[in-house]
Design a binder for this molecule. Sequence first.
Ligand code: ZN
Ligand code: ZN
Length: 332
Amino acid sequence: MKALVYTNPTELTYRDEPEPVPEVGEALIKVDAAGICGSDMHAFHGHDERRYPPLILGHEVSGVIVGGSRDGEAVVVNPLMTCGTCDACLDGRSNLCANRQIIGMNPREGAFAQYLRMPERNLVSMPQRMNPVHAAAAEPVATAWHAVAVATRASARPVAECKALVLGAGAVGLAVGLVLHLGGCRKIRIGDTNEFRRATAKVAGCGDVYDPIGDPAPEPNGYDIVIDAVGGKVTRGVAVAAAKPGGVIVHIGLMDNDGGLDIRKITLQEISFIGTYTYTMVDFRATVAALHSGALGDLAWVEARPLAEGHSAFLDLDAGRTPAAKIVLVPD
Ligand SMILES: [Zn+2]
Ligand SMILES: [Zn+2]
């Protein structure tokens, strides 16, 4: 099969690779579309010790089952493989599974290829006539869905009454804006330093878009909910400054690990600071249904490109010169 293989830092090679052979409980998937994630980009730069070459990256996938009892079924792939037996899994918090593994990370090959093997229980049936390119966006949108669910649970006020601030308008940040809007929130501000991303967020209709460099900073102590989809020292500082007393900060991005937190304010103003990681199967299924129903808009921010041209797609994303919040690679 053809695959786009991460062969060296900043090098992706489109070449022939052996077709994966499914093990017991797994299905072979013919990949229809696979999105490029920020974590794939991180690996591409050689900054992820859990993703080392040679490796097929990619974990945001839709496709069709080949062979077995579900032959021909169109599916969206939940790429997070969990054990089903640890405490977290038994508690319905499978995203926190002690033995979790994600595809596109060593030792498990990812989806920038014509075929992928996947445990059958990770496959979500795709609604009829759903666009496979849109379906591939389910993974980042499920991450946003879960983050908004966490914020909703922690917030003293109903989301529809909240003022919300979203930091970062990449695929996850933009989806957070759309999911908050779907939840009835009408006071959403979303910031990104990239002008193309700001333009895309404006068109997608996920809130009042601002430039963190050129525009005035978000109102201090002004927001019930702040969702940080960047996760850097600077954005953490912005998040804490903007949170209302008693407000909630949800941290999704993980750009760096240290700094930015005003512990004094967090303590004296009872700010909830909550980390989130991926999604549960419940979030994932709800996301697929919401995407399919049109509840999250027309998804014009998802762009399809041929898998063979994946390397240039990585370069365009890295240089910030594409208006697409998500580029999805489509095998021939
Ligand atoms: Zn991803
Ligand atoms: Zn588990």
